[in-house]
Design a protein around this ligand. Structure first.
Ligand code: ADP
Ligand code: GLC
Length: 492
């Protein structure tokens, strides 16, 4: 055990590292719609290397059943009451890469989509919070810390601390990680009261009420012992009204318990030296393979196969968060004036999908919009592109820019949240940097940042140095895992 941990434990009169149970709606590689899954999948592996027994509890979604049913072991089952509903809960176990994952089985709630939307989704995850709490005493694993992630699991601390008097759940410690404050789990209070039996005295501004709604994330912010978010910049941003989506009041009140820990990436899964999902492998000093990946990507997407044209990529959820308003403003201007190619892999809001389909028709052979989710292909996008665009309106952390850098694709980002904390903009006077950035949410600033990137493209020496810097940046989970370990210990 690290000396620092031992000293921290001694101060608390404890000898052993805490057991941690991570509760989350998704967990890679089992189920994934975005970066949350990557973090939940990777963090326990890095914690294990520090000697912490961290296990995951997540819904047994349809997508998991389809692929992993044969490897899953049934542990036990019970029923929970949600208002008038009497629901089956199966607890299954799966071991993956040395990490134990408990799967909450319910055909009724997890038999189709990961997120059903609207009130159905509130019901799915109210059920999940209740099922997790009631499963804990029988897991054969006693967590000291329950690490909740986003609104889907944010009711757990409140339920434990207000409804489990005298039971083991009441005395556990709760950490809430906010991966994205834009999603809060809001509904009428009568619905929460019906589903979870929450006492009406908690429906006040002091507890879970916000702007006339019951708010799961707010309840988490009130009742968790500690709160963190996924980058230092986002940790202060969410204390301001612009970013907080209404939660700045409670977050400022809890400022002493709020911190920012930057995410890492899984360096084994995303490794250009060994990645089997790309047609040729490469590393910092040997970039021939990257040129082959670029040609393969161009070919696959029906783009002109040319080494001399810069290829810009985006791999993303297509929402306002990711800066698509700016892309729709600046894209035509750039595509019609610059010799460049553009490749998108993503899905989301219909208006952005349609805009990109239209752009593909306008710039056939130079622009390809692959509308959909494709894990395999995403690797080729990172490996085959020269630049990676991420002009987010807000970005709690962002993993894609780190993945792009790992594969030598230079990020062009807006200076917000984790993008600000992970990308060092190119400074033409000192030669420092590993990407490009702009400050304001403004399409012309994005255009200028792209132009700066295009200027560098013309200078082979500068490009080589920037790619080298980007690939050298260390975004492994080791440092973040240590920060989490310290946070868990100081909660004991
Ligand atoms: P967010 O979680 O906000 O969507 P992140 O950058 O943290 O953003 O994580 C996104 C993750 O999802 C990355 O691993 C990225 O490669 C992946 N991803 C996003 N969109 C797609 C897509 N259409 N196909 C494949 N992978 C995707
Ligand atoms: C959220 C955020 C993203 C972050 C991810 C993992 O989806 O939008 O910025 O990287 O969670 O923490």
């Amino acid at each position: 055990m690290k000396r620092e941990f031992r000293e921290m434990l001694n101060q608390r009169g404890r000898k052993t590292l805490p057991n941690v149970l991570l509760a989350a709606a998704e967990c890679a590689p089992l189920s994934k719609t975005g970066g949350l899954a990557d973090v939940v999948g990777t963090l326990p592996k890095s914690l294990a290397r520090l000697g912490i027994d961290a296990r995951v509890i997540t819904p047994y979604h349809r997508v998991i059943k389809e692929k992993y049913a044969a490897q899953v072991q049934h542990l036990f089952y019970f029923f929970v009451d949600l208002g008038w509903r009497h629901e089956y809960v199966g607890i299954e176990k799966l071991e993956l890469d040395g990490v134990i994952i408990y799967l909450v089985d319910s055909e009724r709630y997890f038999g189709d989509k990961i997120y059903r939307g609207g009130y159905d989704e509130i019901e799915q995850y109210a059920f999940f919070c209740r099922a997790v709490l009631n499963a804990i005493p029988n897991l054969g694993f006693t967590p000291d810390v329950v690490h909740c992630n986003d609104w889907h699991t944010a009711m757990i601390p409140m339920l434990a601390r207000t409804q489990y008097h005298g039971a083991m759940q009441e005395n556990m410690r709760f950490l809430l990680t906010i991966h994205n404050i834009a999603f809060q789990g809001k509904c009428g209070f009568d619905f929460v009261q019906d589903l979870l039996g929450v006492d009406a005295k908690y429906y006040t501004a002091e507890f879970m009420e916000l702007y006339g709604c019951a708010n799961f994330l707010k309840a988490g912010c009130v009742f968790a012992h500690k709160i963190n978010t996924v980058s230092p910049s986002y940790a202060w941003e969410i204390r301001t009204p612009y970013f907080s989506e209404g939660l700045d009041g409670i977050l400022n009140a809890r400022a002493n318990d709020l911190s920012g820990i930057i995410n890492g990436i899984d360096k084994q899964v995303f490794n250009p030296k060994t990645d089997a999902k790309i047609p040729a492998r490469f590393d910092r000093g040997h970039l021939k393979g990257k040129a082959q990946c670029k040609a393969a990507l161009q070919q696959r997407l029906g783009l002109e196969v040319r080494a001399d044209v810069p290829l810009f990529a985006m791999v993303t959820r297509m929402t306002e968060q990711k800066g698509f308003d700016l892309v729709t403003c600046a894209l035509d201007e750039l595509m019609s004036h610059e010799d460049m190619q553009f490749a998108l892999l993503g899905s989301g809001d219909a208006r952005f999908e349609n805009f990109m389909r239209g752009a593909e028709a306008r710039y056939k052979g130079r622009l390809c919009a692959y509308i959909g989710y494709n894990e395999e292909l995403s690797h080729l996008y990172y490996a085959g592109s020269d630049f990676f665009l991420m002009p987010s309106r807000f970005e709690p952390c962002g993993l894609s820019q780190m993945l792009a850098m790992r594969y030598g694709s230079l990020p062009i980002v807006r200076e917000t949240g984790g993008l600000r904390d992970t990308v060092t903009p190119y400074n033409k006077y000192t030669g420092e940097g590993d990407g490009f950035s702009f400050a304001n949410y403004d399409a012309w600033e994005l255009r200028e940042a792209v132009r700066r990137a295009l200027d560098c493209w013309k200078d082979e020496g500068v490009m080589r140095a920037l790619v080298n810097n980007a690939m050298q940046a260390d975004f492994g989970f080791e440092i973040s895992a240590q920060e989490y370990a310290k946070l868990y210990i100081c909660m004991l």
